[in-house]
Design a binder for this molecule. Sequence first.
Ligand code: ATR
Length: 285
Amino acid sequence: MTQLVGLLGYPLSHSISPVFQQAAFDHCGLPVRYDLWPTPLEELEAKVSKLRGPDYLGANVTVPHKERIPALIDDIDPLARAVGAVNTIVRNGRRLVGYNTDVFGFIKSLEEAGCFDPKGRRALLLGAGGAARAAAFALVTAGVASLTIANRTIERAESLARDVGGVAKGVTVVHATGVPLSEAVGDVELIVNSTSVGMSHGGADDRTLLDAGLVPSGALVYDMVYNPSETPLMREAGKAGARTLGGLMMLIYQGAAAFELWTGRDAPVEIMVRAGRQALARLPG
Ligand code: ATR
């Protein structure tokens, strides 16, 4: 019997998860099909409920549902509970268990692809949504010296800062605009963009929250956006002489961790990377 797994989100038109996940299942000879399940909010509860059926391995979850899933499933892994966002659902008998593999995907890509150890470093995080939550938890757990969370909606940044330990952990917040943002950049060593600004088809394609004049040349600028592979922020960072990292490896590593939770097998990461790169090259930029 072919088992099913898929991606819950809305809209989903340009996700590359089906391509690299299917490549991994096929490479391992597993009879599993990974589909896109575009699911508007009003259909989410019914769709999640269906995952309790024997055909399903589970699901990945993306924008805008990550923070809504905890209320709809049976058990939540402690890390996902702490982060407040679930990006992976695993069916265990008739129970659905929620995990957050974005935290692992973020830190693994930062350390391995970005060659950056965040311990003792000064970091700036742009955004305070689901993806930002994973990055903030990862950075505070890794022991950053300071973390400034900059967001358009300040209340959301404040709530995230509180959840990761607040000033006691060196976490502060600012508005992601104008003078407050430029002052916050200061001499940070790591800048992470978790907002959708700069994303193809994200509605604000060619914008960037920081331009070259503000980016410290010694910083690593990590944009979680993976399409386009060079975002406007990465271009500006390049002009400033800073190193850059795009979002593909985080996507692959969070997906590899999900694959391992669904199957109990090691993920063929190299196969996933190759398939992911090919899929990205085929997307409209
Ligand atoms: P995700 O789960 O991918 O993080 P999200 O929860 O919808 O998605 O969060 C999107 C983030 O991008 C938020 O930080 C959002 O800012 P608000 O909290 O103020 O909405 C940010 N964002 C999206 N569009 C933006 C824009 N045009 N300018 C600035 N920030 C933007």
